[in-house]
Design a protein around this ligand. Structure first.
Ligand code: MLT
Length: 309
């Protein structure tokens, strides 16, 4: 009988699908060290993970029984794909379920940065009342530059257009015509987009091409007072270069939901910079998104293990 291990916290709706599938045995154990995952996997045909479980080469290597990995979420950067491929292990993800929640988190952070919501609220909780200090910046009429026009980038664009922003975008896999259909003015590269934008948000995977895409040189090209958001993957915006640009005032504010190392170290430089708004990777953390990705991951796993599809 195929056995499936769930090693990260998964919405109950997804677990239920597996439990109700005749002929599949499901085990939930979200407390395993990498060594324990490696040991456990010897007795499983499939594993469902979120971002917590790291399926490194060491974990995946020499797993004779494991046939499938389902990632409840978009990014598969916590799975060593070359090793999985070499071992004949199928890796599936759920690219659609998080889209709206991550787009909403992007906009929430843009609004919060523009209106100084977090420092203003913190001041009030401390007994203060300072209206002048927290004067903000209106978003309507401003230009938003979106780097990466996949599902999430396009969902952000749609919402930003409704907020009366001018939206420009870049994506190596999209044509100017397709972008125009979504109301986006297409830029032919990142260096062309950056100097035009009042806000820049990145929605690409982390690859060798996108690591450090927004670095010191690119920030140099940006408008003074630009605001940046990263709800995609840590490291697309170079964290040190960003800290320098925030301190110099070149970047007015930045909101990061994702980090090169998660969690970032206690002495992480951006923690000490006032106009850096940091949240702990919450883009997909809504009840709705978690239910959708759990259902999709469970269905993919059942389909693969019972019907080979
Ligand atoms: C994803 O890749 O789906 C998101 O970053 C959310 C997550 O990692 O859970």
């Amino acid at each position: 009988m195929p056995r499936v291990l769930i090693s990260d916290k998964l919405s109950p709706a997804g677990i239920e699908i597996l439990e109700k599938t005749p002929g599949i045995e499901v085990v939930v154990n979200t407390d395993l060290s990498p060594e324990q995952v490696r040991e456990e996997l010897k007795n499983f045909d499939g594993i469902i993970i979120r971002s917590g479980t790291k399926l490194t080469a060491e974990v995946l290597d020499g797993q004779p029984r494991l046939k499938a990995v389902a990632r409840a979420g978009v990014g598969v950067d916590n799975v060593d794909l070359p090793t999985a491929t070499r071992q004949g292990i199928v890796v599936m993800n759920t690219p659609a379920g998080n889209t709206i929640s991550t787009a909403e988190q992007t906009l929430a952070l843009m609004y919060a940065m523009s209106r100084n919501t977090v420092p203003a609220a913190t001041t009030m909780k401390g007994g203060g009342w300072d209206r002048k200090k927290f004067t903000g910046s209106q978003m309507a009429g401003k230009t938003l530059g979106i780097i990466g026009l996949g599902r999430i980038g396009l969902a952000v664009a749609k919402r930003a257009i409704a907020m009366e922003m001018n939206v420009i975008g870049y994506d190596p896999f999209l044509t100017a015509e397709k972008a125009a259909e979504h109301g986006i003015e297409f830029c032919s590269n990142v260096a062309d987009l950056v100097p035009q934008a009042d806000y820049i948000t990145v929605h690409t995977p982390l690859t060798d091409e996108t690591r450090g895409l927004i670095d010191a040189e690119m920030l140099e090209k940006a408008k003074p007072g630009v605001r940046l958001v990263n709800c995609a993957r840590g490291g697309i915006i170079d964290e040190d270069a960003l800290a320098d640009a925030l301190e110099s005032g070149k970047v007015a504010a930045a909101a990061l939901d994702v980090f090169t190392s998660e969690p970032p170290p206690e002495d992480f430089r951006l923690r000490t910079i006032d106009n850096a708004l940091l949240t702990p990777h919450l883009g997909a953390s809504t009840d709705e998104a978690q239910e959708l990705v759990a259902l999709e991951a469970a269905e993919l796993m059942v389909g693969y293990l019972t019907r080979g599809e």
